[in-house]
Design a protein around this ligand. Structure first.
Ligand code: GUN
Ligand code: ZN
Length: 645
């Protein structure tokens, strides 16, 4: 069973339980050739910390000696490896050398009989140059074989490989059909030639379309991907498992993997590496080693590059900065930059799982950063949920200091007195000042010297915004008339604007009904609590400038806004626990408002819509129906606690 423990972008950090062993994901499985064993499996486990590996059952079955040993001793004993063992089926051999002479039934049963933990169907490798018809026909066979494998697998886990060449609709359909079968992992297959040919933008198409159809409770394995260069991007797109044969293959060819590519030992000018394998050796000494020692050393170096990058990816994922890392990594090769640019076209899909806010600030790495869903979401919500309070605007240039309302305090005050609404042209596009303390506007860092692409786009977006919201009178800061005496309550405007942005206009109106009192922090002067008709409905967070919903606010919404907005309904057995403030687990969720996003405030209700608790959504609504385990909502306050306290 697979449980998501952390997330960022489409990436998941998770725990995958396989027959009593646990694998922390994202994870990479080194490929072990059972005939060669460049690095012994025991060393992979103990020295490098690989808790899972992949080997090839087709080779074992076809090799006299190995076949008998595997059947009598079992695979773990034979390889002397205590971790999780995945086996492949011979599909890759058919891709390399043509037809293999064995049936799906034979190889699946063989894998089961040698004690494989995760076996693989004999899928048909769909080549990127295949026609649509050929691809579609072979998928039918792969699906039939997958059904057959499910019936034969016993207690072995099974890989149901998603194929479909570069045809995105076929990929999605194949994934959807696999989703309803009794498989345990979703590998994405047929991508090795795309990676070998540096067709990374097509790799993005393949991964994103496959992800659109899968069962989200299963880990996704990007079959044949193991170069450190692609890991950040692939994890960002939601791939959980990887495998690398390259570390050993490249080593035999005297090629060293680095984060920015692979280099031939013969061409290298210096050995610029401080990994444990290279430490203390010079380039000259390495070249002079005997073949066997050289291969082993390079293989170990390659493994260290992989483990180090995987650790970096995990750290960025935990810090909520994986977009940044992927953008940095994708600058190591123009073909990867293409991939990043292609990913922008999927912002509708990436936005669905991208969290509403993060703990840290967003760093801009270049115009490609605008492909992150925080950008498109901001513009979309601004367009749909902003309500202007004036038809006069003063347009300010981006300022270094944030929030803008602090760096431009006097000018904004003067503008408001004159009846003008201040709008800042930020790299996100237009920012009406009411929204300037909210994520990601205040929690972002841009270079002082802007690039023309983002600057031009921000100007264009600001123009569209002013037009859409009917600002008839638009001036520059120097043109603000002196001595205005209009009364505006900047705090109340901000309080309402953030609520509309965060919850939508209908819900915001209900929360701001009646007499409003704003409690501000004595130290910072920032809004802390919103009291509406004597009820404390919202608290504003200092970190991301968004609200936490209070139980009184939740009850107000449920009483006044019909429908399912902001709501997550749970089964009867979960009700008493949730009321006491315990978290909501995915398997107890009946329904979830699909407009919600991870980190959104939610109202947990019973099946009749009665409010039980408030909290923050952890999973994306589209994932919840699939998940059998793990937290769906992190509950803040349960109704019973609220009454007690
Ligand atoms: N190894 C690399 N690509 C593939 C694939 O598409 N299918 C299988 N079974 N193994 C692979
Ligand atoms: Zn090294």
């Amino acid at each position: 069973m697979f449980e998501i423990t952390k997330r960022d972008g489409m990436a998941r950090m998770g725990r995958f339980e396989v027959r009593g062993k646990t694998l922390e994901t994202p994870a990479l499985l080194p490929v072990v050739n059972p005939k060669i064993c460049t690095v012994p499996p025991r060393e992979l486990y103990e020295k490098f910390g690989f808790k899972a590996l992949i080997t090839n059952s087709y080779i074992i079955r076809g090799t006299p000696g190995l076949r008998e040993r595997a059947l009598s001793e079992g695979l773990h004993e034979m390889l002397d490896y205590p971790g999780i063992i995945m086996t492949d089926s011979g599909t890759f051999q058919s891709h390399m050398y043509g037809e293999v002479e064995l049936t799906n039934k034979e190889i699946v049963e063989f894998q089961r009989d040698i004690g494989t933990d995760i076996g693989t169907v004999l899928d048909i490798f769909t080549e990127p140059f295949w026609t649509r018809e050929q691809t579609a026909a072979s998928i039918v066979t792969t699906l039939e074989r997958t059904e057959e494998a499910c019936s034969l697998k016993g207690d072995m886990f099974i890989n149901g490989v998603i194929q479909g060449s570069v045809y995105t609709d076929l990929r999605e359909e194949c994934a959807r059909k696999m989703a309803s079968m009794d498989i345990d992992v979703h590998p994405i297959g047929g991508v090795v030639p795309l990676m070998e040919q540096y067709r990374y933008s097509e790799l993005v198409d393949v991964v994103m379309s496959s992800k659109a159809g899968i069962n989200h409770s299963r880990p996704v394995h990007l079959f044949g991907a193991g170069h450190p260069m692609v890991l950040a991007l692939a994890v960002l797109m939601g791939c959980d498992l990887f495998d690398s044969a390259g570390y050993a293959k490249f080593a035999r060819d005297e090629r060293m993997m680095f984060i920015d590519g692979t280099y031939r030992l013969a061409d290298m000018q210096s050995l610029d590496c401080d990994c444990p394998a290279c430490r203390g050796i010079t380039l000259k000494e390495l070249r002079l080693l005997d073949k066997k020692s050289k291969t082993k050393l390079i293989a170990e170096h390659n493994l260290y590059q992989i483990t180090r990058e995987l650790a970096t990816v995990r750290r960025y994922l935990q810090e909520g900065r994986l977009w940044e890392l992927a953008e940095i990594r994708c600058r190591s090769h123009p073909a990867l930059l293409d991939a990043l640019r292609r990913l922008k076209e999927y912002s509708g899909q990436t936005e669905l799982s991208d969290p509403l806010s993060r703990d840290g600030a967003i760093f801009y790495t270049g115009p490609e950063s605008r492909g992150r869903p925080v950008y498109s979401r901001y513009l979309e919500r601004l367009g749909e949920r902003y309500v202007p309070y004036s038809d006069k605007a003063v347009v300010f240039p981006e300022s270094r200091g944030k929030p803008y309302s602090r760096s431009y305090a006097e000018a904004f005050e003067k503008a408001r007195k004159a009846g003008y609404s201040p709008v800042v042209v930020s790299p996100f596009g237009p920012v009406p000042v009411e929204l300037d303390e909210m994520y990601p506007i205040a929690q972002s860092v841009f270079p002082d010297i802007p690039d023309s692409e983002t600057e031009t786009e921000s100007d264009r977006l600001t123009f569209l915004f002013l037009e859409k919201f009917g600002f008839r009178n638009v001036i520059e800061p120097e043109q603000i008339p002196d001595g205005g005496n209009e009364e505006t309550d900047a705090d109340l405007l901000r309080a309402k604007a953030v609520a509309r942005y965060q919850f939508g206009t209908g819900i915001a109106d209900v929360l701001f009904k009646g007499r409003i009192e704003l409690i501000k922090s004595r130290k910072t002067g920032k809004i802390r609590n919103v009291i509406s008709d004597g009820e404390h409905v919202l608290s504003m967070r200092a970190g991301d400038g968004f609200y936490s919903l209070r139980m009184e606010g939740a009850e107000r919404i449920v009483r006044n806004v019909p429908g399912t907005g902001m709501r997550v309904a749970v089964t009867d057995d979960a009700v008493p626990f949730v009321k006491q403030g315990r978290n909501v687990f995915a398997q107890f969720v009946i329904s979830c408002d699909e407009n919600l996003r991870p980190m959104d405030e939610v109202i947990v209700t019973d099946k009749n819509g009665e409010p039980l608790a408030t909290g923050k959504l952890f999973l994306a609504p589209f994932e919840i129906p699939f998940m059998k385990k793990g937290m769906a909502v992190k509950v803040r306050t349960g109704a019973d606690e609220d009454r007690a306290g």
